[in-house]
Design a protein around this ligand. Structure first.
Ligand SMILES: [Zn+2]
Length: 344
């Protein structure tokens, strides 16, 4: 099959399009013929090489994919060839205490498509049956690839971890990425009374307003933490969504209301901010980690996507043969929404 892969870690210069062996579905697995796939920041990290996460080389990246069922491995039920599907990108061992409790993303052997195993930037992929979900029929192939990982991550952060309630207020750092664009939509859907987002780009700020942001702050011009406190009469916001890390952490601590919840799912700037424990104990903040999500969360999120309540935002679409452009665009940070590859 044709696939995008790399033979050594490094820059996008090392990406190649070529033939890779066709995957064969084992017992309990499904072979999916992919039509579209979407990028996540994870793909850049995997290409560059993540310390402590060895991958087999050559490696095919890609966590998000949309396509149709081609063949079923032994024992697979409830799916038919030709069915249009999307993939939940998380893989568990199915037997640890967390898997048994339904907490897939806490699995002691948690893995992700395209990170620990070959991913979706290929014509075919074999995945466990439980990773295959019906594709929302209302979406184009491009949008259908553009939500699983990011929407699932944002869903768990806001709904499960922060337990956002109607009328509460939210700050989301760095609008434009997949997780933040879904976090904005999910905050609105959950009934937030005020959603503040940040960006340095005027174009992104305009798009964020169209997507439902009440206030969009330019973090190059204002002190975000201070501004949020001013805007909320010194109270601060109930929930802060922070995937940026060191560059935004102090603002997150300052912007949070007393008893506020700060949820982190990543650290695209630097993972080691100064913590300022005095703010954490004085305001009695909850600092909550979050990683992707469970099958139940995926199904709940999928329902909202299928009903049109969550709308995947597509930034650019490229044929897989021009995937390097997608990697470079994501690296540059100029885009708003997901970068999608057309595979067929
Ligand atoms: Zn497990």
């Amino acid at each position: 099959m044709r696939a995008l892969f790399f033979e050594q870690h490094g820059s996008s210069e090392g990406l190649k399009i070529g033939e890779r062996p066709d995957p064969v579905p084992g017992p309990g697995e499904v072979l999916v013929k992919l039509e579209t796939a979407a990028m996540n920041r994870l793909d850049l990290f995997v290409l560059h090489g993540i310390p402590g996460v060895p991958v087999g080389l050559p490696h095919i990246p890609g966590a998000d994919g949309f396509g149709s069922v081609e063949t079923l491995g032994a024992g697979v039920t409830g799916l038919a060839p030709g069915e249009r599907v999307v993939l939940q990108p998380g893989l568990g061992d199915g037997k640890c205490e967390f898997c048994l409790a339904g907490e897939l993303s806490l699995c002691v052997d948690f893995r992700i498509l395209g990170e620990h195993v070959d991913g979706t930037f290929a014509e075919r992929i074999a995945v466990p049956r439980r990773n295959v979900f019906p594709a929302p029929p209302n979406l184009s192939p491009e949008k259908a690839a553009a939500f699983p990982l990011a929407a699932l991550t944002a869903w768990r952060m806001l709904v499960t971890r922060a337990q956002l309630r109607p009328g509460e207020t939210v700050l989301i750092h760095g609008i434009g990425g997949g997780v933040s664009t879904f976090a904005l939509q999910i905050a609105r859907l959950a009934g937030a009374s005020l959603v503040i987002v940040t960006s340095s780009s005027e174009e992104k700020r305009t798009k964020a307003e169209k997507l439902g942001a009440d206030v969009v702050l330019d973090y190059t011009k204002v002190d975000v933490g201070k501004k949020v406190r001013e805007m909320t009469k010194k109270r601060g916001v109930d929930v802060v969504i922070d995937s940026v890390g060191a560059a935004t952490w102090r603002h997150s601590l300052n912007a949070a209301a007393k008893k506020g919840r700060i949820v982190t799912c990543g650290a695209t700037s630097d993972p080691n901010p100064e913590e300022e424990l005095r703010i954490i104990f004085w305001k009695q903040l909850a600092i909550l980690g979050s990683t992707m999500g469970t099958d139940a969360e995926f199904a709940a999120m999928l329902k909202d996507v299928a009903a049109g309540r969550l709308d995947p935002v597509v930034d650019e679409v490229y044929p897989l043969s021009e995937a390097k452009k997608g990697f470079d665009r994501l690296e540059s940070g100029v885009g708003f929404g997901k970068i999608v590859f057309r595979i067929g």
